[in-house]
Write a protein that binds this ligand. Structure first.
Ligand SMILES: Nc1nc2c(c(=O)[nH]1)N[C@H]1C(S)=C(S)[C@@H](COP(=O)(O)O)O[C@H]1N2
Ligand SMILES: [Mo]
Length: 247
């Protein structure tokens, strides 16, 4: 929260010193509410598309990357998939794309890979540093071809919590960000089940709950209205978490 308050303060200072922003726009930003304010400032300061989340060295890697939320999926389908090394696992790319795709782990491993050592921050008050490897989401979306009108990427997961399967979403700035990857390795090894085997998103400019595990599908949509209860994610819908969780 201290960082967020700093961001808001820095944003206000930025706007105050910026004569391109007239007062009506400033007023608009203020009445849009704190979340849009946060998002707007984050983007205005160039912290969305352009800047990178900090990356660390191998010496910084946490000896144990804890699991949080679902740590065992527990369905017969998942257990069967896991026990056969996820050979039949498919990631569906659907929605506002020219060519819907159904990608195997081998398909994803054949794409150019990005490895990044980043810090994961959970709102529950813990952090861990890990090295993640996988293709950039932008690479996969380039294969599928993004249709005009796509504004959000929605992520579908294999685990069901109390109110149904986990899901999340991000805007196209985060979807196309170089550090947004579909990770299949943690610290050079296939993901442990607790950390989302076989695939999980890393959206490094966002808090922990924006990194969906046990990924089965990515859908590009024009609006989040029809997704879950309409707030764009499981915790947003069921626990009032903010959709824009930029750090
Ligand atoms: N499918 C799914 N993804 C999820 C969750 C979950 O319960 N299910 N929990 C989220 C939360 S709150 C956090 S902090 C991180 C935890 O990632 P980890 O288990 O690798 O530590 O995953 C996020 N992604
Ligand atoms: Mo979390």
């Amino acid at each position: 929260m201290r960082r967020r308050n700093f961001l808001v303060a820095a944003g206000a200072a930025f706007l105050a010193g910026c004569n391109k922003v007239d007062e009506s726009r400033l007023f608009g930003a203020l009445v849009d509410g704190a979340e849009n304010w946060h998002r707007g400032i984050h983007r205005a300061l160039g912290m969305g598309r352009i800047t990178m989340a900090p990356e660390y060295t191998s010496a910084d890697i946490s000896p144990f990357f804890r699991g949080n939320g679902t740590t065992q999926v527990g369905t017969p389908e998942y257990n069967a998939a896991r026990d056969t090394g996820f050979v039949d696992w498919r990631l569906a790319i659907t929605g506002l794309v020219e060519t819907p795709l159904s990608l195997s782990l081998d398909d994803l491993r054949a794409l150019p890979q990005r490895t990044q050592i980043t810090r994961h921050d959970c709102v529950e008050g813990w952090s861990a540093i890990g090295e993640w490897t996988g293709p950039q989401l932008s690479e996969v979306l380039a294969l599928a071809g993004v249709k005009s009108g796509a504004r959000f990427a929605v992520f579908r997961c294999a685990d069901a919590l109390r109110s149904g399967p986990y899901y999340e979403s991000c805007d196209m700035d985060d979807a196309m960000h170089p550090q947004t990857i579909i990770a299949h390795l943690l610290n050079g090894r296939p993901l442990p089940e607790r950390n989302g085997a076989p695939l999980r998103m890393r959206i490094e400019r966002q808090l922990g709950y924006k990194h969906p595990k046990y990924l089965t599908g990515i859908e590009l949509v024009a609006s989040l209205d029809g997704i879950g209860l309409g707030k764009g994610g499981y915790w947003e819908d069921h626990n009032g978490y903010q959709w824009y969780a930029g750090i």
